[in-house]
Design a protein around this ligand. Structure first.
Ligand SMILES: Cc1cc2nc3c(=O)[nH]c(=O)nc-3n(C[C@H](O)[C@H](O)[C@H](O)COP(=O)(O)OP(=O)(O)OC[C@H]3O[C@@H](n4cnc5c(N)ncnc54)[C@H](O)[C@@H]3O)c2cc1C
Ligand code: SF4
Length: 473
């Protein structure tokens, strides 16, 4: 523990953002980083508790050794902090930017509502490691002669590929899209995470021996059976992108879209990729986003940057309390009112609001018919209202992996939610030498969980191929 009285001397300090009026003029990241002195003080707030819940079962899913690297940052040994951080997390610059930080909810100081700024410290360590050239390819010392195919280059596939290449396997990643990253690149907007962070990891991984094949959609333009023949093991990490369908009257109207095509289009534009579909743009429009999660929030921020006249977000859930009952919930993830940076850019938020249907004239959307609901989500009589809308985004979550193509062709068993069935020890599917990890196995989740599953699946595959493994679990 670096400074015994740090948590008494220093207040929690978070990075500031560019002002909303400035940041909605561009799509880039807008966080104003803390300087080294401030980050060092924040690290000094860590109490190195006897039982650090932050990296325990209810905290960080990759079990980052948070108190250890806080101590190293306080001591000024950033390089060793970076080494320690990378021992549990392949891509801390991703999670340092976009992780919701369950570690901070589980921090002992959070009992007083002022946890250590763990996520900010993680990002600072990772960015400094890149800036100083400490992150280098880690080329395997031996070659095993075993070949592994990875389907999908989201965080799960990337983490698995990197781990497997580092123990000497020949790793080939097959990706449907023209570039790597999965939802990190095509779902999550640039203003949350710019894509050059992915590009330099791809360069690092190529130097470690990973071969990327883009534009290959397994089950569509390359048969799954070919992979089974050509490789000693296959990992399915194709994500869970099938949207939940609200089946609303009027859903066919012009101006009504699922969230993902909208977000993908803007990410392609930002990445200088060609957008083939009819453009979906919010400029000069009244926008309604149906849903209360990350995807909905990303639609809000994207619509503001495109020049929407207004953005309203409908959430069927009751407005949560500002602060949770700490003693009842800590160290678990609490339900409390969270305002994303996108929502803070001027969104109207309607809680306990259900959508009855979409109204239109001559085939074109004009409004959303809504009703207030009670705590059990039952409509309240006489509480109907109409919102004017030119554009609606449906963002009520994901049903599971897309089955057409890969899942159907592979013939693997799926669970009752439609996710590919595999446990979290062996990560093996119902087919011999076929494994599954990330959202494709667990359903739509978080980047940090995808990294964890990719790492653990890599270890399971290595054990399957070699009988033993030095990779961490
Ligand atoms: C809009 C949005 C915002 C989000 N925001 C956050 C956030 O802020 N923080 C957070 O932690 N999480 C967030 N998430 C969740 C997070 O992005 C996912 O949990 C994570 O990316 C899952 O990783 P994955 O590798 O399992 O799958 P994915 O990231 O979905 O990657 C799957 C990859 O497989 C490819 N693929 C699929 N099928 C095939 C095939 N047959 N052949 C070849 N390639 C194929 C896809 O093209 C894709 O590249 C968000 C999700 C969405 C949709
Ligand atoms: S990956 Fe997420 S949970 Fe883990 S230390 Fe970083 S911010 Fe916290």
């Amino acid at each position: 523990m670096g400074k015994v009285t740090g948590f008494l001397e220093y207040d929690r300090q978070e990075p500031k953002y560019q002002l909303a009026g400035d940041r909605i003029r561009h799509f880039r990241e807008f966080t104003l980083p803390l300087d080294d002195k401030d980050v060092t003080r924040q690290a000094a707030r860590c109490m190195d508790c006897g039982i650090p819940f932050c990296h325990g079962p209810t905290g960080c899913p990759v079990h980052n050794q948070i108190p250890d690297w806080n101590d190293l940052v306080f001591a000024g040994d950033w390089e060793e902090a970076a080494r320690n951080l990378h021992s549990t997390n392949n891509f801390p610059e991703f999670t340092g930017r976009i992780c919701p930080a369950p570690c901070e909810e589980a921090c002992t100081l959070n009992l007083e509502n002022v946890p250590v700024t763990i996520k900010t410290i993680e990002q600072t360590i990772a960015d400094k490691a890149w800036d100083n050239g400490w992150i280098k390819p880690e080329v395997a010392g031996t070659v095993t002669g075993r070949r592994v195919a990875i389907i999908g280059s989201g965080p799960a596939g990337l983490a698995a590929a990197q781990q497997l290449a580092r123990v000497g396997h020949a790793v080939h990643v097959f990706e449907r899209e023209p570039k790597a990253g999965g939802l990190l690149r095509y779902g999550i907007p640039d203003f949350k995470m710019e894509k050059h962070h992915i590009d330099r990891r791809v360069v690092q991984m190529e130097a470690e021996g990973v071969v990327f094949h883009y534009g290959v959609n397994i089950g569509v333009n390359k048969d799954f059976a070919e992979l089974e023949q050509e490789f000693d093991a296959v990992l399915m990490s194709g994500g869970a992108e099938a949207p939940r369908d609200p089946k609303l009257p009027g859903q066919e109207l012009e101006g009504v879209h699922y969230a993902m095509p909208y977000l993908v289009q803007q990410n392609r534009r930002n990445g200088q990729e060609v957008v083939h579909d009819e453009p979906i743009l919010a400029a000069g429009k009244h926008v309604v986003v149906i849903g209360g999660g990350d995807t909905a929030s990303d639609c809000v921020g994207t619509a503001f940057r495109q020049g929407a006249l207004s953005v309203t977000q409908l959430d069927i859930r009751p407005k949560p309390p500002m602060i949770e009952d700490k003693l009842a919930i800590w160290p678990y993830w609490p339900t409390k009112l969270r305002t994303s940076s996108s929502q803070a850019e001027g969104a109207e938020r309607e809680f306990q609001a259900a959508t009855l249907g979409l109204a239109g004239k001559k085939g074109r959307l004009t409004g959303v018919n809504c009703v207030r609901v009670d705590e059990r989500r039952q409509p309240i009589a006489g509480a109907e209202f109409v919102l004017k809308a030119d554009l609606v985004f449906l963002a009520i979550g994901f049903a599971g992996p897309v089955t057409a193509g890969l899942v159907d062709q592979s013939g693997v068993s799926v669970d009752k939610r439609g996710n590919v069935q595999a446990d979290t020890e062996a990560y093996r599917t119902s087919r011999d030498k076929v494994f599954a990890a990330g959202d494709m196995r667990r359903g739509q989740s978080l980047v940090v969980w995808a990294i964890r599953e990719g790492r653990q699946a890599a270890r399971a595959i290595d054990e399957f191929l070699m009988g033993t493994s030095i990779l961490p679990r």
